[in-house]
Design a protein around this ligand. Sequence first.
Ligand code: ZN
Length: 347
Amino acid sequence: MKCSAITGNVFGNHDCKGHKECHDRLVSILPRLPDTLKIHEPVPASVEDLERVHVPGYLTWLENQCVKHVDFCMLDDYVYTGGYLEQNQIVPGFLDPNTYINPCSYEVATYAAGSAIDAVNRSLDGECCFALVRPPGHHAEADRAMGFCLLNNAAVGAAHALNHVDRVAIIDWDAHHGNGTQNIFYDSNRVLYCSVHQKDIFPHTGFTEETGRHEGEGYTINAPLAQNSGIADYACVFSEIFIPALERFRPDLVIISAGQDVLSDDPLECMNLSPADIGSLTAWVRDAGESALALVLEGGYGPSHPEAICRIFDTLEKQLPAGVPAGTPGKATTETVRLLKKLHRLS
Ligand code: ZN
C-alpha cells in the first residue's frame, strides 16, 4: 500500500517543557519513519473547514485566549517553573490543568486540523496518509478545549470528507475515550464512531450505553476495557464488534484516531500493548474492507511510541498480517463484548 505522512516543524511552536504532550514526542518519531516514506508539509485548515465542527464563537475565543494568554487567570497556578524555564522562553498559559496554550497555539492547531484534511484527501486519492500532528484532537468538543486538545483534528477531517463521500468511520484506539469526536457526530448516521479505551479514566465518558442519538442511534460504539488489557482483549473487541460493524456500515473512508498511550510503557495510562500489537490493530482495520484509510495522531507518550509508529507504517506498506494474539480475553472484556453485541445487534 502506498503510504505517506504529514508532519513539520510548525508543530514545535506549540510546546511546554515538562509537559507530557510536548513537541519532543513528535521529534522522537521522525528518525523511525521509513527512509522511503513521502513526507508532506502541514497545511492549515480554513475557518470554513473548522466551522463544520466547531462553533464560531469558540474559535474566536480560543484564538483570543492564545494571543492574550499571559493574562490568563490560571497562569500563575499551572505554569511550569522550578528551573525549567529558560530566558525569553515563551511561557504557556493553561485553559485547564491539562491543556496549555501559547501565542502560537491557535495557528499550530489549525495546521494540525488542516493536515488531517490533507491526509483524508490523499487517502481518498489512494495514498494511505498519516497526519503526524499535534496538539492532538479527540477530546476537543465543538465549543471546548480539553485534555491537551484544542481543535478536533479527526472530526475536522471526517466532516470535510462528508462533502465528497457518503459514510466515514472513525476507529479510536487511544487509551482515552474520544468524547469530542463522539459528541460532534452523536446525531449523525453518516459517521460511525468506534472507541476502545481504558475505563474509569479521563474523560470519564465512553460507556457502552452511549450509542448515539436521533438519526445517529447505533452509530456510536464504545468498548471500555479494564486497565492492563492486552492484545487478546483488543482482538476480541475488533473481531466481534468493530470489524462486523465496519462490514455492516461499509464506509467510504476510515479514519484511525491513532493514540499509542495504550502501550505498556506509557507514563499516563495502564494498558498493556506492545508496538507489534499496534501493528495488529492497524492490520485489522486495513483488512475490514476496501475503504480508503487515513490516520491522525492522538496520544502516545512512552519510550516505545516511535517504534509503534514504525510498526503502523510497516504493516501498511509491506501488507504485513496481524499477529496471532497470545492469551485469552479477560472476563470483563467478554462480558462487555457480549453486551455490545446485543446493544448493536451484531451476531
Ligand atoms: Zn490518550
